[in-house]
Unconditional design. Structure first.
Length: 95
């Protein structure tokens, strides 16, 4: 079964290296191939990481849109999940 975990990890590596453009390209690959990731966790997390990648580039509009997509996907999740709390805090800072 093909998966896009290597793409996700590569995107995280680029993000950690402050290479926002390269990171955004990797996370976008995941979003462009949703049929492969279906309901894998990286499917939703790619939205969050894409938002972070755009934020490192200073593209607030695209960053906010990606965060909104992530938060919409997680709207019914337990609000105490750490990654969700962190994403909400990061989103608020973008305003």
């Amino acid at each position: 079964m093909p998966n896009l975990y290597p793409v996700y990890v590569r995107g995280e590596a680029y993000l950690a290296a402050h290479k926002g453009s390269a990171a955004a390209a990797e996370f976008q690959k995941i979003l462009d191939h949703r049929g492969i990731v279906v309901n894998e966790p990286i499917s939703a997390l790619a939205h969050l990481q894409l938002g972070r990648a755009y934020a490192t580039q200073g593209d607030t509009a695209k960053s906010r849109a990606a965060y909104r997509d992530f938060l919409e996907l997680w709207r019914d999740a337990d609000p105490d999940i750490p990654i969700l709390r962190q994403a909400k805090a990061e989103y608020e800072k973008l305003k």
